[in-house]
Design a protein around this ligand. Structure first.
Ligand SMILES: Cc1cc2nc3c(=O)[nH]c(=O)nc-3n(C[C@H](O)[C@H](O)[C@H](O)COP(=O)(O)O)c2cc1C
Length: 383
């Protein structure tokens, strides 16, 4: 079933028919200049010890600045931990103290100067925490290792055979983490971010609460759909309470963890139906856009990966709930990206690995499709 027409009420529509990718997108008080956005991608490149632990550095500046110079409309800075235990690796970015927030300022200022909207993904890795950088193998780091710590989760169930079983969170600890998300959002605002995204996907802590596979609690945070979604909605409410009315809030979800969908897998997981049900509540709680990913629990080999493989999940949310969505996953080509929007499947596309290959994807796509992106003045007059 085709989705609704592409955001009919959008202001600043161009007189001439342009590519849908290059139509500005209004989100609360913001106007995002185009719909080619950068997906959050962990760089595992912050200091793991010392006073600058978790703080953005030259690598992060170069990495994000180059995508802004390339015309990307909105950049979502990688999963940024709301507490030390919330990092997936010791080298993750964090935003649990003011020094870390301050270190983001040059990045947000540069992005804004290029006309790119600076966004940040606020994260807690839950039971997946305490692992090594992927280029060193990404193995779980044990509690006794100098760089390791004991992860936390909804239930004392290890992510896999190599991970330490997490400590089961008490109700008070859950409330503390809700407060850490709100503190992180407040700091993100002060650091110059204009979009906050809550990471509820990929088997991170919020996703662990959502899925019956990882959440075996018998209290108010486990069991029924209402109970498993309680933590997610509490985090949304706490962040929305400190995040200004005029600025947008995103939520990233794994539309499915690919367990129930696998007929030969007996495990019960989080499903696309659950996602649609939760999306309606997220909308009612002040979320402006759902970033629709998948995954988190099924082995990678079981995920049916083909170009745009997650788009149908985004389209379903958009069609059935009216909540705006961004589609992500193997979107690598301007014509493919354009079609996703023109067919009404999503409101924006998020690019991950393709933007690692080509920071100028948006500018090149504009040339190919006849759209406009802001080009740095240092380049624009010459080429
Ligand atoms: C290097 C790398 C780091 C990633 N880190 C994050 C992250 O911090 N948060 C997140 O939600 N997803 C993360 N992802 C997933 C991406 O945001 C994206 O959903 C995924 O790569 C699929 O999009 P793509 O096919 O365009 O790469 C990461 C992916 C890559 C390749």
């Amino acid at each position: 079933m085709p989705g609704p027409p592409l955001r009919p009420a959008q202001p600043e529509e161009s007189e001439s028919p342009v590519s849908a990718l290059f139509e500005p997108y209004a989100l609360r008080s913001l106007s995002v200049p185009n719909r080619i956005w950068m997906a959050p991608m962990c760089q595992y490149s912050a200091a793991a010890t010392g006073p600058d632990t978790g703080a953005a550095n030259d690598w992060h500046f170069a990495h994000y600045a180059s995508r802004a110079a390339g015309g990307t409309g909105l950049v979502l800075v990688e999963a940024t931990a709301v507490s030390p235990e919330g990092r997936i690796s010791p080298a993750d970015l964090g935003i649990w103290n003011d020094r870390q927030a301050e270190a983001f300022r040059p990045i947000t200022a540069f992005l804004a100067g290029q006309g790119t909207v600076p966004g940040i993904q606020l994260a807690h890795a839950g039971r997946k925490a305490s692992t090594d950088r992927p280029w060193r193998g990404g193995a779980a780091i044990g509690v006794d290792d100098a760089e390791g710590w004991k992860p936390v989760g909804p239930s004392p169930l290890a992510y896999d055979g190599s991970h330490t079983a997490p400590a089961e969170l008490s109700t008070e600890e859950i409330q503390q983490i809700v407060g850490q998300f709100a503190d992180a959002a407040r700091r993100a605002l002060e650091a110059g971010f204009r979009v906050a995204e809550i990471h509820g996907a990929h088997g991170y802590l919020i996703g662990e609460f959502l899925s019956p596979h990882s959440n075996h609690r018998t209290d108010a945070y486990g069991g029924s759909f209402e109970n498993r979604t309680r933590f997610a909605l509490e985090v949304v409410d706490a962040v929305r309470a400190v995040w200004p009315e005029e600025l947008p809030l995103f939520f990233r979800i794994s539309a499915t963890d690919w367990l129930t969908e696998n007929a030969d897998d007996p495990r019960e997981g989080w499903t696309a139906d659950d996602t649609v049900r939760l999306a309606r509540r997220l909308l009612a709680h002040g979320v402006d856009l759902l970033d629709v990913s998948t995954g988190g629990l099924a082995p990678k080999a079981r995920i049916p990966v083909e170009p745009g493989y997650q788009v149908p999940f985004a389209e379903r949310v958009r069609t059935e709930t009216g909540l705006p969505v961004a589609a992500v996953g193997l979107i690598t080509d301007p014509v493919q990206a354009e079609k996703i929007l023109a067919d009404g499947h999503a409101d924006a596309v998020l690019l991950g690995r393709e933007l690692l290959r080509d920071p100028y994807f948006a500018r090149n796509a504009a040339r190919a499709l006849g759209g406009d992106v802001q080009v740095p003045e240092q380049y624009g007059y010459a080429v």
